[in-house]
Design a protein around this ligand. Sequence first.
Ligand code: ADP
Ligand code: MG
Length: 342
Amino acid sequence: MDAATAAIVQAIELVAVTKRYASGAPPAVEAIDLRIPSRSYCCLLGPSGCGKSTTLRMIAGHESVTSGDILLENRNITRLPAAARGTAMMFQSFALFPHLSALDNVAFSLKVKGVPRAERHRRAAELLERVAMSAFAQRKPGELSGGQQQRVALARALITEPRVFLLDEPLSALDPFLRVQMRTELRRWQRELELTFIHVTHSQEEAMALADNIVVMNHGRVEQVGAPRDIYNAPATEFIARFLGGHNVIATAQGRVAVRSDHLRVGRDRFGAPGAPTLAATVTDIEYQGCYVLLGLLSQDAAGDRPLCAMLPEAEYLRHQYLPGEPVHLGWHAHQAHALAR
Ligand code: ADP
Ligand code: MG
């Protein structure tokens, strides 16, 4: 290992981690290798049942590992109890105790450890100050807004002085407006606290908005790891292109390619140089979305009938005013077609 590589501390490293809930059952998580750099925001993304929560719970120590190792800052924590690992977990809807004040919620884990009352209140008050909630220390969760509750939950988790913060779908029970507001706060706190966040979500939009690195999971395996832009512009597999949305998967003579909906060109005449990629299609539906218009299209590619989608800027749509049932030509620049591995 050279000096530059050695200097990058991995907050969490998974080495061939496998989880089987029952012997003989298919693994919920299969031979995952993963490195999550310190102070980064990592999102585990994938459809329901792909093994995201299992992975997070194994890191937290709430679930045993069938085989493999988990390291936290180069320390093997695979067999340590949850409380000794240096991780803290934030659950869906924050899971605050409704009958306790914000201060007592934050101080709770110190009470369990037998820390005297004055001392635990002093430390809890410090943390509430850190998340700008001092003025609300005596309020119960029911007397706080969603955003304020999230900050109390954050302070409650921080009191254990974690190195790595684990979040399992923390925003999915919130209404859409609050969800966007809360994710902005989460990102801000991650930067301010300089902690490593590992956030499980099934929402590609949430992962793209938050993450330095996205880990896309499918059937208990890691399909791709990368920055949001890299994954969006170069999805490794058809599964990822479809799961992210905003892509068309097209079968060509050279294999399957992904073409972003906003890169699919639509015209009444065939365009491009002879030999440039092109398909004939019929407009099936038109959805007005504000700054753009979604055209639903039915085409035929090398594999047969192929529903496609083109995203046109509003002004371009208004110039052409395509109608349902209308035949059109589709094209794309060769460099905007991304070859899929499978
Ligand atoms: P995700 O969080 O991505 O939705 P999970 O990690 O919860 O997925 O689940 C992965 C797989 O493991 C699923 O098939 C699920 O049914 C199974 N599973 C999860 N928890 C348990 C459990 N406690 N006992 C048995 N099977 C489980
Ligand atoms: Mg889950």
